[in-house]
Ligand binder design. Structure first.
Ligand code: GLY
Ligand code: MN
Ligand code: MN
Length: 453
């Protein structure tokens, strides 16, 4: 492990005279040697996870600070990460720190010197043997994390008070989602209110659209990460179509899919895979997977790999025996027509519900399946499978959405959903999952090559 700090210290040192102007102070540079080739964190220094460099996360913080137009924002990392608990994706989006628990990020766009701070949990040498070594503060920590100022969380109250005192008007900016009244008060709101409660004349300003807007508009590199997740998901669905056969359990088919994810480098499914056959194909979020699939039925596979914390979300519905029945063809092709009608409306300026969803609803209702399509046609996709974004604003280029109409007929033990992931482009759209067989002809041709039946 050749970890040398001497080589990394190419810093902009800004003369004091220019402080206060619109400049970046003491920028920690992207340095190759902070990240060791093995991908391990260097000496317990938390560093951006994945292939996006520190500069990408810094640039996002800068964009958010511009959008904040003053004030002070705080975003907390998740308290516990592991199992089903992921990092708070707003915190990840702005820091790249996927596994740092109990941390906080402070943005103070009007500050004269430090405009962004990272606060980390205290180091406890006695827990190192359980959790791994954690580095002490210093220059290496600043270079590794990409933050000009890294403190322990104990300093958070004082830094927040000082930053609000120096903002004009004196205010905390609440950046996270507004919760319903029966939910516990979100920590950043609680903290913001406590901070301004100590400063006469200070207030909390709501700015809950800023982060969803930023996260909705994907950078090119983010689209590539989602594309990678989709490509792996496509391989898994093709494997599933080629290996399914009567008698196989839903669980076995799920294994084919999730094993393909892992074999292709995905660290986890982006959400709980849905594999529902026969009557279960008509259950939207079917979670059990014990049923043996029967000749003549269809199976809905709604699955997505994770790639560097970005999600794919693709659904294909196919016949267990490789051939759709005439009734299945009729319903399937109605869903496909709804899918095409929704796609045709995808472009900048379109509204998700009014334009895209209603186009799909119209086709399904015209075909006599009113009330058989109980869910929405689209959601945003990105770091989360149901990603953040602004549903009541027109779409913009760079947004990734799903198009996923369905028809569910529990009385006939059949359900069909076709789900694709679509990038809104300057001139219209691009279906990122277009290469995954979708039409009846494509699916039957692929399944005929399966060799399993
Ligand atoms: N996989 C859940 C959904 O399609 O929204
Ligand atoms: Mn899905
Ligand atoms: Mn979806």
């Amino acid at each position: 492990m050749n970890f040398r700090f001497e080589a990394m210290c190419v810093l902009f040192v800004i003369p004091l005279a220019v402080i206060g102007q619109e400049i970046d102070v003491v920028v920690p540079h992207e340095t190759r040697d902070v990240k060791m080739p093995t991908g391990d964190s260097a000496r317990g220094i938390p560093m951006p996870d994945g292939s996006l460099g520190r500069e990408v996360f810094r640039a996002r913080r800068k964009r958010l600070m511009e959008a904040m137009e003053g004030g002070v924002g705080v975003i907390f990392a998740s308290e516990h990460i592991g199992g089903r608990n992921r990092q708070n994706m707003d915190f990840y989006y702005l820091t790249g720190l996927a596994y740092e628990e109990g941390a906080a990020l402070v943005l103070a766009p009007e500050a004269r010197l430090w405009r962004e701070y990272l606060f980390l949990k205290p180091v406890n040498p006695e827990t190192n043997i359980w959790d791994g070594e954690r580095a002490t503060l210093g220059r290496a920590m600043e270079l590794g994390t990409g933050f000009a100022k890294v403190y322990r969380t104990g300093r958070l109250p004082r830094v927040l008070a000082g930053a609000v005192r120096n903002s004009d008007p004196m205010e905390m900016v609440y950046l996270e989602p507004v919760a319903g009244y029966s939910s516990p008060k979100p920590k950043p709101l609680d903290v913001s209110q406590k901070v301004v409660g100590q400063i006469p004349g200070a207030s909390v300003r709501l700015a809950d659209r800023l982060l969803p807007r930023l996260r909705q508009n994907k950078e090119k590199a983010e689209v590539e990460l989602v594309q990678k997740a989709i490509d792996i998901t496509g391989k898994a669905l093709i494997n599933a179509m080629q290996s399914v056969k009567p008698g196989m359990t839903e669980y076995e088919l799920k294994l084919v899919i999730e094993n393909t994810f892992r074999a292709n480098g995905s660290r986890r499914p982006a959400f709980g895979s849905i594999v529902g056959s026969g009557p279960n194909s008509a259950i939207l979020h079917y979670r059990d997977d014990t049923r043996a699939m029967q000749d003549g039925e269809v199976v809905v596979c709604d699955v997505g790999a994770d790639w560097e914390h970005y999600a794919a979300d693709v659904t294909r519905t196919f016949p267990i025996n490789g051939k759709f029945t005439p009734r299945q063809r009729e319903v399937y092709n109605t869903v496909l027509r709804a899918h095409r009608a929704a796609l045709a409306r995808c472009k900048p300026g379109a509204m998700l519900r009014e334009d895209i969803h209603m186009a799909a609803v119209h086709v399904i209702e015209e075909a006599g399946f009113t009330d058989k399509f109980p869910h929405g046609t689209s959601h945003f996709l990105g770091l989360e499978v149901h990603d953040v974004g602004v549903y009541d604003e027109p779409l913009t280029a760079g947004t990734i959405i799903t198009i996923e109409p369905g028809i569910y007929l529990p009385e006939e033990n059949i359900g069909f959903r076709i789900e694709d992931d679509v990038l809104i482009t300057a001139t219209g759209y691009r279906v990122l999952s277009n290469h995954i067989p979708r039409t009846i002809e494509e699916i039957e041709a692929l399944m005929a090559k399966g060799g399993n039946r």
